[in-house]
Write a protein that binds this ligand. Structure first.
Ligand code: GTP
Ligand code: MG
Length: 345
């Protein structure tokens, strides 16, 4: 008997990289393709986070992924800003991540925030792959939308194909200069020892099947043990943002990475003046298809299990702090939970 799928949580995948290298576009593509595939309802979107279930991933990856090979429930993507002033958000994303995608524009190569992201990944010992993005901008590129990269690469002129190779080897060289042995992902045998480079286009979807396949494969192979958490236990998460929500006052947008948060839970949230003890008033998720960055309508849910993004409405959140922990009080003494939150502040 295989392990119980319900006992494994969704791996958290941070998307990091220099400004304008295409992080959000890549996530938009993943969301958009799924919409085209008629799977929009199955995709949950949150502030900065997007949960993509396994069946959607396997549809998008086509022949590359056999869903019966996997027992992880899917992937939770966290978008991060690339602008230099947002280094705290990048570190936060990096710290939450089980695995990461470093997005690098094939034309621009390594830039300051690419290097910063590499440092974060090193510091947090987060395994990552590189999405060498915008392959469609290689001169003479002939797009084959949503095709696996090797399929479309074979259909290119020798010139375009070798132009791309040149750019990819520059990126591989930059990785090596920064202490990472790297290669084209299809040549990598051991992803723990080598960083795989996946050429993609967020614009045409070329290489996206490969990217999802490599991510699922890596997660399944190397993260499975870490993903065996007590999904039914008391929820633990990190506050990403503190925000006003119409009708709910101050709320926190959080990523729950362990256990479950329920509507009737007491929680402890890290705040500017120390831990805040409060009761959940509502758990809110954006309606299916709601845009991640637009003003959204929310729907109430009864519970949220790791890993997932959620907006938590509760009294007294005015002094809650981005980056601080959130912990559910269930079957423990509230003082113990306060101590645990204090220790993480
Ligand atoms: P920040 O969040 O500001 O760090 O930027 P980002 O990395 O999220 O980049 P974003 O997705 O906003 O893309 C920046 C620009 O590049 C947009 O104009 C996109 O349309 C364009 N772009 C992204 N990916 C591709 C691609 O694969 N091909 C082409 N041709 N353009 C792309
Ligand atoms: Mg972006």
């Amino acid at each position: 008997d295989g392990p119980d799928a319900g006992a494994l949580r969704t791996p958290i995948v941070a998307v990091l990289g220099h400004v304008d290298h295409g992080k959000t576009s890549l996530l938009d593509k993943i969301r958009g393709s799924a919409v085209t595939a008629g799977e929009s309802g199955a995709i949950t979107q949150h502030i900065g986070s997007t949960a993509v279930p396994l069946d959607v991933i396997s549809k998008m990856a086509g022949d590359l992924v056999d869903p019966t090979d996997f027992d992880l429930p899917g992937l939770l993507f966290i978008d991060t800003p690339g602008h230099h002033s947002f280094s705290t958000l990048r570190s936060r994303g990096g710290a939450l991540a089980d695995i990461a995608i470093l997005v690098v524009d094939v034309n621009d190569g390594f830039q300051p925030q690419t290097l910063e992201a590499v440092d974060i990944l090193k510091r947090t010992a987060t395994p990552f792959i590189v999405a060498a993005n915008k392959v469609d901008t290689v001169p003479g590129w002939n797009p084959n939308p949503d095709e696996p990269i090797q399929v479309t690469k074979e259909k290119q002129s020798d010139r375009a194909s070798s132009d791309l190779d040149e750019k990819l080897y520059e990126i591989i060289g930059e990785l090596s200069d920064n202490g990472f042995s790297a290669d084209m992902y299809w040549r990598v045998q051991n992803f723990q020892a080598n960083v795989g480079v996946v050429p993609v286009s967020a614009e045409t979807g070329e290489g996206v099947p490969d990217l999802l396949t490599v991510l699922m494969g890596l997660s399944q192979r190397y993260l499975k043990e870490e993903m065996s958490v007590d999904v039914g236990g008391p929820g633990v998460g990190t506050v990403l943002e503190v925000k006003e929500a119409r009708g709910f006052g101050t709320t926190v947008d959080a990523v729950v990475y362990d256990g479950t948060v329920r509507e009737d839970d007491q929680i402890v949230v890290g705040g500017l003046n120390g831990p805040i003890v409060t009761d959940v008033r509502a758990l809110l998720k954006p309606k299916p298809l709601a845009e991640i960055r637009t003003e959204q309508e929310f729907e109430r849910v009864e519970e949220v299990a790791a890993a997932d993004g959620v907006k938590i409405a509760a009294p007294d959140l005015d002094s809650a702090m981005a980056g601080a922990p959130v912990r559910v009080v269930r079957d423990q003494d509230v003082d113990e939970v306060i101590e645990a939150v204090e220790a993480e502040l």
